[in-house]
Design a protein around this ligand. Sequence first.
Ligand SMILES: [Zn+2]
Ligand SMILES: [Zn+2]
Length: 66
Amino acid sequence: MKDWKCVACGCEIKVEDDYEPEYCCSGKDCGCMGRPINPEFCNECEIKIFGEQAIKERDNNELHNT
Ligand SMILES: [Zn+2]
Ligand SMILES: [Zn+2]
């Protein structure tokens, strides 16, 4: 894991070592707003954005997959 920043609130988070943000474009005249297309969020922002239930389901799936 390596240090990264939550793209929503800017707080410190850990991401996979091989994580690289992928950008659509600079964001000019595009709905991507220059943000990465595979953004990483802290847990708080993940819950805000995806909803608590979605996070729980994802975590459950991860548990079952390992
Ligand atoms: Zn955040
Ligand atoms: Zn774009």
